[in-house]
Design a protein around this ligand. Sequence first.
Ligand code: PEP
Ligand code: MN
Length: 345
Amino acid sequence: MLIVMKQDATPEEISGVVSIIAAMGYEARPMPGRQRTTVGLVGNDGRVDSSTIAGLSGVAEIIHVSKPYKQVSREWQLEPTRIPLPDGTVVGDREVVVMAGPCSVESEEQILAAARLVKAAGATVLRGGAFKPRSSPYSFQGLGRRGLELLDLARQETGLLIVTEAMDLDGLELVAETADIIQVGARSMQNYPLLKECGRLRKPILLKRGLAATITELLLSAEYILAAGNPNVILCERGIRSFDPTTRNLFDIAAIAVVHGLSHLPIVADPSHGTGHRDMVPAMARAAVAAGADGLLVEVHPNPERALSDGGQSLYPEQFDKMMREVAAIAEVIGRSLATVGTVV
Ligand code: PEP
Ligand code: MN
């Protein structure tokens, strides 16, 4: 960390900064310049509260030299993290893993129909929320425990893996019994007790970007999970809040390239919540795969007009089928392929 002093900072203000840094247990290196002095803080282990130093008398600004996250960064680990799934497929390698299904589990008939159709189109993971974080308390909240049982039934019938959301600590234990991948939703990205508990598990965690979270904040949330002991984190770009209501969220496709530069963790894309309109989803799914996404999370419903949540952004079965053929072709162009069950790790 570099502490840039004001041009008119007095020698007392400079020595004040130096002695406070020393009292914190770090080394302070004043570097007098022609116009101003900069003080280097050496040995920052991440515990230094920069706002405290920024508020000291005579300080103009703080420049951060190293990133606030550590274990999730490419500097910590150069090789991409590969997350093996129970069916032998891997997230974060050559394969693009497609996770698809309805927003919510609604009934046995609905989830089984969804599972059959996404499997027929080539997906290997079934999505569907049993516990739903809804903006309104009057909206459908999910089937809860019964939803998990139905997901398990769909897995038994189709062999698809299951990704489903845990919203809180009690739910996490329950969800972990059924899910192959545990989703932490956008609204929970900064639920730190939940993140810490996810860190005590070994199952892969799908961590979705918060509604208005920066990429640094997303990576810091992932850091909580790694720091608590679980290296199996899959990041998810699902769009961020913007000023323009044309799309539900602003699908930040650049985040895929940015995250791949900054972190070794895999990142999948959710063009459904990213756009909010089914007719925009295939185009953004194609773009995400072209941009290097390690997987897709897509909402598909056997009968979107009857959906209890997110019907307008859920693909019709035939749309999904076409999208799968298109993204498979794009994956091939960039030396990848869609994950298929039975691939040996
Ligand atoms: C979902 O996946 O259905 C969901 C609620 O997503 P998000 O947390 O990204 O809004
Ligand atoms: Mn949804």
